[in-house]
Write a protein that binds this ligand. Structure first.
Ligand SMILES: Cc1cc2nc3c(=O)[nH]c(=O)nc-3n(C[C@H](O)[C@H](O)[C@H](O)COP(=O)(O)OP(=O)(O)OC[C@H]3O[C@@H](n4cnc5c(N)ncnc54)[C@H](O)[C@@H]3O)c2cc1C
Length: 322
């Protein structure tokens, strides 16, 4: 009999986030049956998208949008779904949403939980995750009727495989939580609009950006690169940018394809958050900065001069003097 894996699909504006496809690819094997769990009012568009990545079955939790926003209520629903469909594993993304919901589900089910997994092997219930701010990687084995894993985005490619999946609708009555009420929700920090942990490209600034206004230089360039803007701790502590943009030991751990560090010296604490990036490019006038030893490309330049030039080229398509 195949191992039943529930995959909690994360949506953004009603669409499937690309990182879900990587999670599906990580769960798939000859011995696994992958069930995508979608919490939404509608399913049609989502269904065809998930079918193109080979999920065996889709469970549609038909929940009103105000109820979807209550993590306690959602964890309760998920616990009932896991029991009903007899999942042995639950996978979700280690994003802000996943970090809110997955530990609640694990606690409700008294199930072992590993977050920020770079790989998971369901044949022996092991997962690899980083420890001590990324200084070491650890492999854990967990036991129990249900095991919960948070998957780090950007660790592998999604694999397209067209199938036709059965859809089960879960619309059992839900009870309001007695302990937790959502009064209101809304965007808090506009600067963190594009999720850092899921970004393919990150343009990050540090003390070398010199003043808060210069982060607008990074934001404009990021718009043309389809990149998220990140930061070292100095601009955060100085109040230039919100904490949500901080990368590092005490900030977000990111794994983009490309990380461009502008005016960042490359402290061990910063490196702890971005060392698994596919390519690191540093822009810094000081070639003795520690980041020189840890980057793939070093651009010896003033970021405040060079980034607007790059933006101009991206905008008009012609390098200066050509
Ligand atoms: C417990 C603890 C946790 C921490 N957690 C974090 C964390 O999560 N994230 C984090 O980032 N830090 C963290 N720190 C802070 C960390 O130690 C460093 O102080 C911080 O990363 C330095 O930030 P920076 O590189 O922006 O600044 P600096 O180290 O001051 O480097 C600035 C760089 O900008 C360059 N520069 C100057 N002008 C320009 C210019 N015009 N263009 C381009 N480059 C220029 C300089 O040559 C220099 O290399 C932590 C520290 C502690 C003790």
């Amino acid at each position: 009999m195949k191992t039943r894996i529930g995959l909690l699909i994360e949506l953004e504006n009603g669409r499937v986030k690309p990182a879900n496809m990587e999670m599906i690819a990580m769960a798939q094997s000859d011995t696994a049956e992958c069930h995508a769990i979608v919490v939404n009012n509608g399913i049609e568009q989502i269904k065809s998208h998930l079918e193109s990545y080979g999920v065996d079955r889709i469970i549609h939790i038909d929940l009103a949008s105000d109820k979807q926003k209550n993590p306690v209520l959602l964890a309760d629903v998920m616990t009932r779904v896991i029991k009903k469909f007899r999942f042995e594993y639950l996978f979700g993304l280690s994003t802000a949403w996943g970090k809110d919901i997955l530990p609640r589900i694990a606690a409700d089910m008294e199930a072992p939980l590993i977050m920020d997994c770079t790989t998971v092997d369901t044949t022996d219930s092991t997962a690899v995750t980083s420890q001590y701010s990324g200084k070491t990687m650890a492999t854990f084995r967990v036991k129990g009727p249900v095991k919960v894993f948070g998957i780090r985005p950007n660790m592998r490619e999604g694999i397209e495989r067209q199938v036709s999946a059965q859809v089960d609708v879960w619309n059992e009555p839900v009870q309001e939580s007695e302990t937790f009420t959502v009064i209101s929700t809304g965007e808090s920090e506009k600067e963190s609009a594009q999720s850092l942990v899921e970004a393919d490209v990150i343009l990050a600034g540090g003390r070398g950006m010199k003043q808060p206004e210069n982060f607008s230089i990074l934001k404009e360039c990021a718009g043309y690169l389809n990149a998220a803007v990140g930061s070292s701790r100095v601009p955060v502590d100085s109040g230039w940018v919100p904490y949500a943009m901080q990368v590092g030991q005490t900030g977000e751990k990111v794994s983009p394809r490309v990380y461009i560090a502008c005016g960042i010296s490359g402290s061990v604490q910063h490196f702890a958050g971005m060392k698994s990036a596919g390519m690191i490019i540093a822009v810094n006038p000081d070639e003795n900065a520690p980041i020189m030893a840890n980057c793939d490309y070093f651009v010896k330049a003033d970021a405040i001069d060079i980034i607007p030039e790059i933006t101009r080229i991206l905008k008009h398509g012609t390098p200066p003097g050509k």
